[in-house]
Design a protein around this ligand. Structure first.
Ligand code: BV8
Ligand code: ZN
Length: 264
């Protein structure tokens, strides 16, 4: 019992330290990964039950895979869209939205394509009676699964909701539609990743939550804050390559830790 009490006391101290670092910071950048959405029921990629456990990313999340087997890739995204449609933002998304709505100088950046941060932004802005939720909408560096993009003319449309065997055709040019996400081997939108890198460079603190920090260039953002003299706070279920560079590393579930760290 003694050891458990000691561990939870230490965690409480770390939560307090993280909270005071955030309170004193002028510029905060937040980077989230699949771990933030795990407690909403959306599988992560590399952890237990992760999406890449049963399939290899190269088979499904690359332009070559889409070229090779458009039906398989399209079906996989349809399956993920249906799953995400049943899920809601959790207390971690809500705490981050409140932080961004109530404190100046906060930039949310997400690798997730599930749109849960944006949904939390809208519900929290309403709950706080803040007319404009914009401040809590994240930079979605890997795109958004609920948007389709034409592979030929880049026309954007809301994701097709009815079941469709294989990718639908673009109404403008007849090209095959694809989810508007960034696949491996594809460049990120230079405006979005540029804004994210600028925010990381000017941040006093980078709060990194629920990411294995393996996928670049997004995974390089926390190091940009560190190199520019900022601090790192990590919230994750397990240790990552960033853990030993963190001023505070909180090991645990983001949906329970974030509301305690942010207390906004
Ligand atoms: C690029 C959208 C320039 C799709 C994703 C060879 C050829 C080409 C490129 C490369 C190459 N070698 C390396 C590269 C670069 C490559 C890369 O980084 N590869 C890695 C894997 C080595 N990057 C790219 O290709 C990028 N583009 O570099 O362009 C270029 C162009 C041409 C040629 C060369 C370079 C594009 C990368 C974007 C890929 N798209 N997603 C889709 O989602 O369908 S990436 C995918 O991984 C997701 O977006 C996800 O967000 C991202 C990162 O994963 P995580 O979010 O970290 O999730 P993960 O499961 O890994 O970890 C979850 C963590 O949460 C764990 O630590 C777990 O412990 C924790 N956790 C779990 N539960 C909880 C929790 N924590 C707290 N609470 C909980 N409850
Ligand atoms: Zn088109």
């Amino acid at each position: 019992m003694e050891r458990l009490a000691l561990l939870s006391h230490r965690l409480e101290e770390d939560v307090e330290r993280a909270n005071s670092i955030l309170e004193q910071a002028n510029q905060i950048v937040v980077l989230t990964g699949a771990g933030v959405s795990a407690e909403s029921g959306i599988p992560t990629f590399r952890g237990r039950g992760g999406l890449w456990r049963s399939r290899r990313p190269e088979e499904l999340a690359t332009p070559e895979a889409f070229e090779e087997s458009p039906e398989l890739v399209w079906e996989w995204y349809q399956w993920r869209r249906r799953l995400i449609a049943e899920c809601s933002p959790n207390a971690g998304h809500q705490a981050l939205a409140r932080l961004a709505l109530k404190k100046d100088g906060v930039t949310l950046i997400t690798q997730n394509v599930d749109g849960l941060h944006s949904r939390a932004a809208q519900t929290e802005a309403k709950a706080l009676n803040i007319p404009d939720a914009q401040a809590a909408f994240p930079l979605e560096v890997h795109g958004a699964i609920n948007r389709d993009r034409c592979s030929l003319c880049d026309r954007l449309t809301d994701a097709v909701s009815h079941f469709q065997l294989g990718p639908p055709q673009c109404n403008d040019c007849g090209g095959p539609l694809r989810p508007d996400v960034v696949w491996f081997g594809e460049s990120l939108d230079p405006i979005i990743i540029g804004a994210a890198q600028e925010a990381a460079l000017r941040a006093d603190v980078c709060l990194v939550v629920g990411t294995s920090a393996l996928v670049h260039p997004a995974a390089g953002l926390p190091s940009m804050t560190l190199r520019a003299g900022g601090l790192l706070i990590e919230v994750n279920l397990e240790a990552t390559t960033l853990t030993n560079q963190a001023a505070v590393s909180l090991q645990g579930r983001s949906a329970s830790l974030l509301p305690r760290v942010i207390k906004a």
